[in-house]
Write a protein that binds this ligand. Structure first.
Ligand SMILES: Nc1ncnc2c1ncn2[C@@H]1O[C@H](COP(=O)(O)OP(=O)(O)O)[C@@H](O)[C@H]1O
Ligand SMILES: [Mg+2]
Length: 321
């Protein structure tokens, strides 16, 4: 667990970048800081790995005050991904991913093995990419390398500062879809910063809405969207409220029992997961051209179906609210 206790960061000239922030970040969760430019997201993130030092308050990770840990040592235990990754241009991809393992003294063989595993994990075949240089990769591929590098020494905590911010919308969505399950499955604690509210809602187990250095509200995406605490938080979502509600309403409550053998008759392979949203359900219904879609959990256990009528009913409930 990461704990921020009354954390304040002042810059010269009386800029209060982070203003008395207290927050508990659970082990294994993905928390997303969302807010407009200049609200203090990056500063908060950099306080956690001591790229900058706080003015007052304290931060602990697993109960240990980070001010008591050597800042270089601390950073080696925390993955960090930024926009435009900051890969070393004259290092191969393999060497870039292996930077931290090398620093902490892993032997060459172990580092090479780990690098290969990680590149595969983020969807880049090592045979193709390991010996290339960053300039020979697309922006999206470079961000994949950035994520692989952050995972290299197997840190418990990963900080991400608008990692997909510079990518085109399609690449951005692909990386969100492919990489966030990866760090969730690995049970990493992820602190993710974005100004993109859709990204926040999609990736976050919880979101922390920030403004003027303060955290205004923390909660599950569906809660924060449905019950914004004040006008400022409401204004973050105002323009896209309906879309965001569709995106954050899960299908789990509308799953119905249905004979598994009859589901087997459905030729389409389109299925849903209980965490999927009404939008996913609409997409699935549209593509399957059927009136029902089977639902399976992560372990591929059959849970039942959702049907067109209940999805439509949920949507009309949202319209009427
Ligand atoms: N090194 C710095 N010196 C002075 N002011 C800074 C510095 N870095 C950030 N700030 C100011 O702190 C505030 C928060 O910045 P930042 O955390 O980068 O915001 P965000 O990441 O949410 O866009 C802004 O007003 C910014 O101008
Ligand atoms: Mg920033």
């Amino acid at each position: 667990m990461i704990q921020l206790n009354n954390v304040t960061k002042k810059y010269p000239g009386d800029v209060i970048a982070v203003d008395n922030v207290s927050l508990e970040i659970e082990k294994g969760e993905t928390i997303v800081f969302v807010g407009t430019s200049g609200c203090g997201k990056t500063t908060t993130l950099k306080l956690i790995n001591r790229l900058i030092d706080l003015t007052s308050g304290s931060i602990t990770i697993e109960g240990k005050d980070i001010s008591e840990v050597d800042s270089y040592a601390l950073r080696r235990t925390i993955g960090f991904v930024i926009q435009n990754v900051g890969l070393f241009p004259h290092f191969t991809i393999e060497r870039n991913v292996g930077v931290v393992p090398e620093l902490i003294g892993w032997d060459k063989e172990k580092t090479r093995e780990r690098t290969g595993e990680l590149l595969t994990m983020v969807g880049l075949e090592p045979e193709v990419f390991a010996d290339r240089f960053p300039g020979e990769l697309s922006g999206g591929q470079q961000q994949r390398v950035g994520v692989a590098r952050a995972l290299a020494a197997n840190p418990d905590v990963i900080l991400m500062d608008e990692p997909f911010g510079a990518l085109d919308p399609i690449t951005r969505e692909t990386l969100q879809d492919e990489l966030s399950p990866l760090w969730n499955d690995l049970e990493k604690t992820v602190v993710f910063v974005t100004h993109d509210i859709f990204e926040a809602v999609k990736i976050g187990d919880r979101i922390a809405a920030m403004d003027s250095g303060k955290i205004l509200q923390v909660g599950k995406p569906s809660e924060v969207i449905k019950y914004p605490k004040d006008e400022t938080v409401a204004s973050f979502f105002a323009q896209h409220r309906f879309q965001l509600e569709l995106l954050t309403t899960r299908i789990e409550p509308i799953i119905e029992a249905y004979d598994e053998n009859r589901v087997k008759d459905i030729k389409d392979k389109i299925t849903l997961h209980p965490n999927d949203s009404l939008i996913d359900a609409m997409d699935a219904l549209k593509s399957s051209k059927d009136n029902i879609v089977p639902v399976f959990d992560t372990q591929k256990k059959y849970l039942g179906i959702v049907n067109r009528a209940s999805v439509t009913k949920e949507i009309s409930n949202l319209i009427e609210q």
